[in-house]
Design a binder for this molecule. Structure first.
Ligand SMILES: C[S@@+](CC[C@H](N)C(=O)[O-])C[C@H]1O[C@@H](n2cnc3c(N)ncnc32)[C@H](O)[C@@H]1O
Length: 184
């Protein structure tokens, strides 16, 4: 197991392990989208492999989904640990500094997945090959700016997009609409 990461960003310190809990409306919007498009069934088991303080898990459980929740702080390094239990989906907001490794690990599992990523994620030339080899079935722009720090409006860096792989259906040009944050 690697030591917990201390990551320093260009604008100062990032939190240990890149810990930024996801505002609930993001998870509601994603689950609503997946369910309404018949991609996620109510009985599907969701694995949240970087669950942090369970911000996404609480919404998933509140919606009735069976959830497996693990995090590196519990001793489960997603990049090294091999999940043995059955799951149908991987859904998480990964640590940004490891997002590419998280995507590749999700691809290796061969299950559908949805990750919360920066909206400008695919603007990087160094990710072009990954985009070509495993083109996302969906890139769903959020139509609001979630507050990841609890300090009000978010920076561009905190805007988000979702990616899913190996889905039965593909729909382009969709966007997530902000849900009611008070549902948890
Ligand atoms: C941006 S936070 C998101 C937390 C949670 N997914 C959420 O949406 O609220 C990133 C999380 O990734 C965890 N993490 C960092 N590196 C990890 C790794 N290699 N394997 C599993 N979890 C990791 C951190 O401990 C932290 O909880």
């Amino acid at each position: 197991m690697r030591d917990p990461l201390k990551i320093i960003g260009a604008n100062g310190k990032r939190r240990e392990n890149d810990f930024y809990p996801t505002p609930p409306e993001c998870t509601y919007a994603l689950l609503d989208y997946l369910r309404q498009n018949f991609l996620l069934r109510s009985t599907d088991v969701i694995w949240e492999p970087a669950c942090g303080s369970n911000a996404m898990v609480d919404v998933m459980a509140c919606q009735g989904y069976p959830v497996i929740a693990t995090d590196i702080t519990q001793g489960y390094d997603f990049l090294e640990y091999e999940m043995q239990d059955h799951f149908d989906w991987i859904i998480t907001n990964p640590p940004f500094s490891l997002s590419e490794q998280f995507i590749k690990k999700c691809i290796d599992y061969g299950k559908p997945f949805a990750l919360l990523l920066k909206s400008q994620y695919w603007h990087s030339a160094k990710r072009r090959e990954l985009f070509r080899s495993h083109t996302p079935k969906f890139v769903l722009p959020l139509t609001w700016r979630p507050d990841f720090t609890g300090k009000g409006s978010s920076m561009l860096e905190k805007a988000a997009a979702y990616l899913a792989e190996k889905l039965a259906r593909s729909k382009a040009g969709k966007a997530l609409l902000e849900g009611n944050a008070e549902r948890v």
